[in-house]
Design a protein around this ligand. Sequence first.
Ligand SMILES: Nc1ncnc2c1ncn2[C@@H]1O[C@H](COP(=O)(O)OP(=O)(O)OP(=O)(O)O)[C@@H](O)[C@H]1O
Ligand SMILES: [Mg+2]
Length: 296
Amino acid sequence: MSRQFADAAEVQQCLDEVDYLVDEGLATALYFALALGQPLLLEGEPGVGKTTAAKALARALGTPLIRLQCYEGLTVSEALYEWNYQRQLLAIRLAESHHEKLTDADLFTEEFLQERPILRAIRYDGPEAPVLLIDEIDRADDEFEALLFEFLGEASITVPELGTFTAARRPIVVLTSNRSRELHDALRRRCLYHWIDFPAPERAAEILRRTVPTAGEPLIGSTTEFIGRVRQLDLDKAPGMAETIDWVAGLSRLGATELVRADILRSLVCIAKTPDDRETMTEALDSLGYGQPASA
Ligand SMILES: Nc1ncnc2c1ncn2[C@@H]1O[C@H](COP(=O)(O)OP(=O)(O)OP(=O)(O)O)[C@@H](O)[C@H]1O
Ligand SMILES: [Mg+2]
């Protein structure tokens, strides 16, 4: 079992100490995941801090982060374990040179087993359970999800040639998804679930204070308000926290101390990620209170 927290507020406090600022909903989800030893599925728009949740949790707990980045075509041999064919071949050649013959029982042993992130998390034997991040599970093929069921449900995986490995202490598992496709109900059933919203303006401002120390209060206040309103426009890609941080860092580099139209136009590269969004944001500047100054 990993470190015990008394309540969600304590989780919030610990994450705050590593500069990851969570609301009560996410703190509660993480508290339950830790207290019950269950995997947590986090969904939310890009850039709301899903990946960072797992990284911050590992840092707050002082335990390693084991990361599995999912992609199309991901297989057992990249995610769970792999047999070291080269070493097996060498062993066969060596045996042959001694006029011996190796059987499967000789070749499919621990010696030739290579751990990939999930087996590594199961067999990790440090003082605290590691955090296993299965990032962007929606990018993997849906058959891949089925490979995770045993692990998610029982914290074990079966290697047909060797048997079943079960974690002595369950790893803390965080899965993330951008909802680019629906996940299996069977996967959802095995996980706790939380949808991460874009942070409310006060929390977004606090994140900016910590990540862009060069930015002053007037700039932070006006940018968070602006982003909050821009996110209500009909955009292809609403700016997330990542874009907001880049934007404020960029504005701060320009020497901006408050938000003005010319600087917004110059720095749209940070927050408008398609030609249409650039146009929509530019057109909305008037209604957002950053219109053309009346010409003299
Ligand atoms: N609650 C938060 N506290 C501190 N920083 C945050 C928070 N949420 C997001 N961030 C910052 O926002 C950035 C984006 O976060 P992250 O990469 O975790 O988003 P994501 O949801 O995983 O995005 P994607 O779906 O694109 O992978 C990071 O730089 C992170 O530090
Ligand atoms: Mg991510």
